[in-house]
Design a protein around this ligand. Sequence first.
Ligand SMILES: Cc1cc2nc3c(=O)[nH]c(=O)nc-3n(C[C@H](O)[C@H](O)[C@H](O)COP(=O)(O)OP(=O)(O)OC[C@H]3O[C@@H](n4cnc5c(N)ncnc54)[C@H](O)[C@@H]3O)c2cc1C
Length: 438
Amino acid sequence: NYKPHYEKVAKLFNGPNAAHPGRILMARVDCASKVNVDLCSRFSVDHYPFLLWGPPPKFANTKWDRKQEKSDIKLIDDGRTAERLLMWINKQLESSFTLDDKKYENENMLPNSTSDPKQVVQAIYDVEEATAHALQIILEHKMIKADTRDSLIRFLQILVAHHPSKRCRRGSAELLINFDDHWPSNLSLSSQDSSKLLESVAADNHKICGKEVPRGYWIFCRGSKSETRGFSCGLWVLLHSLTVQIGDGESQSTFTSICDFIHNFFICEECRKHFYDMCSSVSVPFKSARDLSLWLWSTHNKVNERLMKEEKDMGTGDPSFPKAIWPPKALCPSCYRSSSRTSDGALQVDWNEDEVFPFLVNYYGKTLVSSYKETYMESLQGRTQVGAALADDASSSHAARVPIGAALGVAAASCTFGALACFWRTQQKNRKQRKNWN
Ligand SMILES: Cc1cc2nc3c(=O)[nH]c(=O)nc-3n(C[C@H](O)[C@H](O)[C@H](O)COP(=O)(O)OP(=O)(O)OC[C@H]3O[C@@H](n4cnc5c(N)ncnc54)[C@H](O)[C@@H]3O)c2cc1C
């Protein structure tokens, strides 16, 4: 959501149609990407958006500390919207640029097309990807601290028991077994200690969902644009899949663990804050898995509802996957008792929760896991049929449109097409690296 704000400002200064070319160079860095870890840690980036201002050469070789009083590089502390950011810049330069200096053209309005909801059978790969991705972010951003350590342990415990992927359950267990060796409870990590531990975890080849993951691409959560969907979509699917697996006696502790995990380890500041507020508004402890699954479902719908409006107003979001109240009637007709539209066009649904819960259990439980089991069995039988299995899936009644790159990637992970995999992965890496500096 910040992106269009910053692009609005950047378009005044960057690119061939800029109204004020060359006055300022705006650049963006994706700190969630491995190639930028060193750069981002030099500037102690611990949340986003994180805006810095300074002479370009200083960014090349400075190690910046925000506590440092006299520095050529400053933290922009008031730049959450295009207007405020431009006001901040105007103050620095004693200028009077306005956003109207060059009309902002929204390039994101592409025609809509609908997605096939049955693709969830392939979401198991994205749940693995999101799990590995989350751990990678936690390690690279050195987020395990004295006050967050317990929350990670509690979340890993849930993953050990209920992660829909067996290899992630195994990997989470291994991580827990070695947890005290890597992160002793009395250790308050200096950045040097933390780097050493990160190296040792990497050297142990500790991959929470097996060696092949993260694979570097998304299947179910693949957006039509490179910067949409992906991790946050995979994270939602993981959370839903956990809530439908737990037993009634675990519902309250799972609720607390999910809330704490998002609060401590989801680096999208706005998301974790909103989610934390919604967690805090729950006053009665959960007594059943049903209640927790329905709470997460309706919380997700509240986020959808809010983003639906924001994305419409700002032209963000993925045009091929517009936010909507979920599940749509076509996916679960019996979930709807009745529905109507308000005067401003918003959908209001009288839900039949006795139908929604079994629907969620089936969607995020049985259906999601079905594809994994098949693949896992095949991997035990010699790992040669994965590409074919995906192709078969695509024409089965669980029809899933598998992007060709992803299908090749999964096939490659089975070690069947080594050379192809190498080529494809290199392409992916190059693409990622190019993206990070545009
Ligand atoms: C905990 C959390 C909080 C977030 N908060 C914010 C925020 O405050 N601001 C922000 O801009 N972004 C937020 N995000 C990101 C945002 O919700 C989306 O994940 C992101 O925009 C990608 O959207 P998507 O189209 O892939 O669908 P997502 O919303 O990520 O959903 C993934 C899939 O889940 C299914 N689904 C959709 N709704 C439901 C539901 N109600 N119940 C069950 N399944 C459903 C659909 O199949 C969908 O494709 C948050 C993400 C998480 C995990």
